[in-house]
Design a protein around this ligand. Structure first.
Ligand SMILES: Nc1nc2c(c(=O)[nH]1)N[C@@H](CN(C=O)c1ccc(C(=O)N[C@@H](CCC(=O)O)C(=O)O)cc1)CN2
Length: 287
């Protein structure tokens, strides 16, 4: 069994990105990211600060816009518009979740698709489903795919079982593996006999957000187990969706929480911002 070290894989990707960014800067093209945080949710704040830090470490331009919890939808839309037309900004990200008085879809759709480095805009979702090479792929699913590829396991023809159907993780993760010629099964809260399904998984992706929902008897021996859950217990301890201790000897490869998929998310955001910068540069050269 191997424990997939998300921090190490992320570090290796960031080293390559740093070289690429250096070259881009020498050509006068500095990738820039704008991150918008609404309110003061502690976890969201720590994620946006980590995003800003990653930009700085890689030599990218970054702006962190902090807005009050009470901001109106109109003012938030205006803020997005200003970054849509800012030439120094290649990627725009609005940290989720948003306060309940703001329509999340409306906000995501206000970001121009060329700067939607989260890959949440319907145009990018459509491009991803169509297999368009210029689609931004959501960062967590992209990180998951990178980690599975890193194991050296052949994905083609494998049965991937995704537990969870969120727009952020579950749905796009299944699509990505489908594109790699896997057979994909989606499971969710209404799935009958979940265990029967998860036992089919050569690759099992748990993205539910419920501590230890995947128990040892639900995992096929030799499976690759990817845990996307980041659940904070009352004790303050972080815990995944997978019962790691019970499953680690049964799985061929498994991701821990913390230190598995999480660190990959921010690295893939950096990757998407570099892509955005390169794609936008090409568009400008054509016009
Ligand atoms: N606009 C977006 N909002 C949200 C996204 C997203 O991709 N775009 N994803 C999550 C939050 N997220 C990044 O934004 C994120 C979550 C977790 C981690 C991470 O590194 N987790 C660590 C544990 C961190 C801790 O101690 O709390 C780990 O798993 O090792 C990074 C980024 C929702 N919102």
């Amino acid at each position: 069994m191997t424990v997939l070290d998300g921090k190490q894989i992320a570090k290796e990707i960031r080293e390559k990105l740093a070289d690429e960014i250096k070259e881009l800067k020498q050509k006068g093209n500095t990738p820039g990211l704008a991150v918008i945080l609404v309110g003061d949710h502690p976890a969201s704040r720590s994620y946006v600060l980590a995003k800003e830090r990653a930009c700085k470490e890689l030599g990218m331009h970054s702006v962190l816009k902090e807005l009050p919890e009470t901001i109106s939808e109109g003012d938030l839309l205006n803020c997005i518009q200003s970054y849509n037309s800012d030439e120094q900004i290649d990627g725009i990200l609005v940290q989720l979740p948003l306060p309940s008085h703001i329509n999340e879809s409306k906000i995501i759709e206000a970001i121009i698709p060329e700067k939607d480095v989260d890959g949440f805009h319907p145009i990018n979702i459509g491009r991803m489903h169509a297999g368009d090479e210029h689609a931004f792929i959501p960062c967590t699913p992209l990180g998951i795919l990178e980690m599975v590829k890193k194991t050296g396991e052949d994905i083609s023809g494998k049965h991937v079982v995704v537990v969870g159907r969120s727009n952020l993780v579950g749905k796009p993760a299944g699509q990505l593996f489908l594109k790699e010629n896997a057979t994909v099964t989606y499971c969710h809260s209404k799935t009958k006999n979940l265990k029967e399904q998860t036992l089919q998984g050569d690759i099992l992706i748990a993205a539910v957000g419920r501590p230890n929902i995947i128990t040892e008897d639900m995992v096929r021996p030799g499976a690759v187990v990817i845990d996307v859950g980041v659940n904070r217990l009352e004790s303050g301890k972080l815990c995944g969706d997978v019962d790691f201790e019970a499953i680690k000897s049964k799985a061929k490869h498994i991701t821990p929480v913390p230190g598995g998929v999480g660190p990959m998310t921010i690295t893939m955001l950096m990757n998407n911002t570099v892509l955005a910068s390169k794609w936008r540069k090409k568009i400008k050269e054509v016009h």
